[in-house]
Design a protein around this ligand. Structure first.
Ligand code: TRH
Length: 398
């Protein structure tokens, strides 16, 4: 017999950009469509959600999208019976009235704070820690995504890697993708790069390097914060979606922002992906292609610790002995250095152009490594871990 489907409320405050809503929307869809939960997503900015899911009507306070009930989280929070599982994301602070309603339930909801992803060591020790409410009979639990079995794992749709593998060997699917973005399928010798990025002073040097690259480079840039800089490089004061720019061996196309599920296709279709923030970072991992992560900058530079923790973990796998045909210890060192120098240059906004040739020379090894890591980390699925954790708490309380 199946356990009865749970009701979940997920709360999301959009701080800026698309990371917060990106993670919440993905989790909401997964719990609703893969686990059969009844999911309500409370979000304070429907316009951001509409970018990821264009069928969202930003004028509607309540609607159903892709199996998820989407509710506008406005300052006047309506009287709402709490769900069985309450997911507060990134410490977004729930409405007082909702917390009071949770406390008034005979059977208290399971209250989870879903935290940011990090590869830092301390995460293992903090995952699942309880935090009793100071005055009410409620306990909130910290749920940390992460890379080890002691963390909550990573968000991954059930069939994603199978779909990715099918796409990457199927010329027809790839052709359909290129057509859908209004482009011919690039020739076999073209290096395809997607570049989703914050403003970055290192872009100029990188473009210079691609301009003189021996191999033709096609760089696809989703519309967003870096597009003005692209215009500056090509002396265009009004860069727009759909524009093409060509210099030397570099061809740049500015793409429209696509709905969240289709962004994966872009990552799968490219040989190298530049990503940013939290959610596109994980999607780049699942793409199984070499990638460069631009971490979201924090004023106290805490982001650099996070960046280095991940580089240590990811690069560590690369330099460790692997079963053939992956690189043996020692052989991977060059690839680790190449990876580190480009990642550091890109995040420090320094001479990425110099780091590029080293990185390009190690692409074969980096690709095998990326495929290996995607399979290795796929076994630790966040939604399934969340389910197990809810059952654990349920048993503890019984
Ligand atoms: O938008 P971001 O920079 O978000 C950031 C980070 O999450 C950061 O940690 C957080 O503190 C800050 O916001 C407030 O990058 P991120 O996390 O990669 O999110 C982008 C989302 O947009 C992701 O879900 C993928 C999606 N996307 C599309 O759906 N279509 C597109 O065309 C593109 C380029 C992205």
């Amino acid at each position: 017999m199946h356990a009865p489907a749970l009701h979940a409320d997920i709360f999301c405050r959009v701080i800026d950009n698309y990371g917060d809503i990106g993670v919440c929307w993905r989790l909401a869809r997964q719990l609703a469509n893969e686990q059969g939960w009844a999911v309500r997503l409370w979000v304070d900015d429907l316009h951001s959600l509409a970018k990821l899911c264009p069928e969202t009507d930003a004028a509607l306070e309540q609607q159903k999208c892709r199996g998820v009930e989407v509710r506008l989280w406005s300052t006047e929070f309506p009287e709402t019976p709490p769900a069985d599982v309450v997911i507060e994301t990134f410490a977004c602070v729930l409405p007082d009235s909702y917390i009071a309603a949770m406390a008034a339930q005979a059977h208290k909801p399971i209250w989870i704070n879903l935290e940011y992803l990090s590869a830092e060591d301390w995460v293992d020790g903090c995952h699942k820690l309880p935090s009793p409410h100071p005055t009410l009979p409620l306990t909130k639990y910290f749920f940390f995504p992460g890379f080890t079995r002691k963390t909550g794992g990573l968000l991954l749709e059930r069939d994603l890697l199978a779909r990715r593998d099918a796409f990457q060997v199927d010329a027809r699917q790839q052709q359909a993708f290129w057509q859908s973005i209004g482009m011919e399928m690039p020739t076999a010798g073209t290096l395809k790069i997607s570049l989703f990025s914050y403003e970055n002073a290192a872009l100029h040097g990188l473009f210079n390097a691609w301009t003189i690259s021996a191999q033709p480079v096609l760089c696809l840039i989703p519309e967003g914060r870096i597009v003005q800089q692209v215009g500056q490089y090509f002396d265009d004061t009004e860069p727009r979606v759909g524009n093409d720019y060509v210099r030397g061996n570099l061809h740049v196309r500015v793409l429209p922002f696509v709905e969240q599920e289709r962004y994966d296709l872009l990552l799968w279709a490219c040989d190298i992906n530049f990503v940013r923030g939290e959610d596109s970072w994980v999607r780049a991992l699942w793409a199984g292609q070499p990638f460069i992560w631009q971490i979201y900058p924090q004023h106290d530079e805490a982001h650099l610790k996070k960046l280095h923790a991940f580089l240590k973990l990811y690069g560590g796998y690369l330099s460790a002995p692997h079963p053939s045909p992956l690189p043996q210890a020692g052989e991977g060192i060059r690839a680790v250095l190449a990876l580190e120098s480009l990642w550091e240059a890109w995040n420090e906004e320094s001479s990425s152009g110099q780091a590029w040739p080293l990185f390009a020379a190690e692409l074969g090894e980096l690709k095998q490594h990326a495929q290996h890591c995607s399979r290795q980390w796929a076994v630790n699925n966040l939604a399934l871990n969340l389910l197990d954790f809810c059952q654990e708490i349920g048993k503890m309380r019984a």
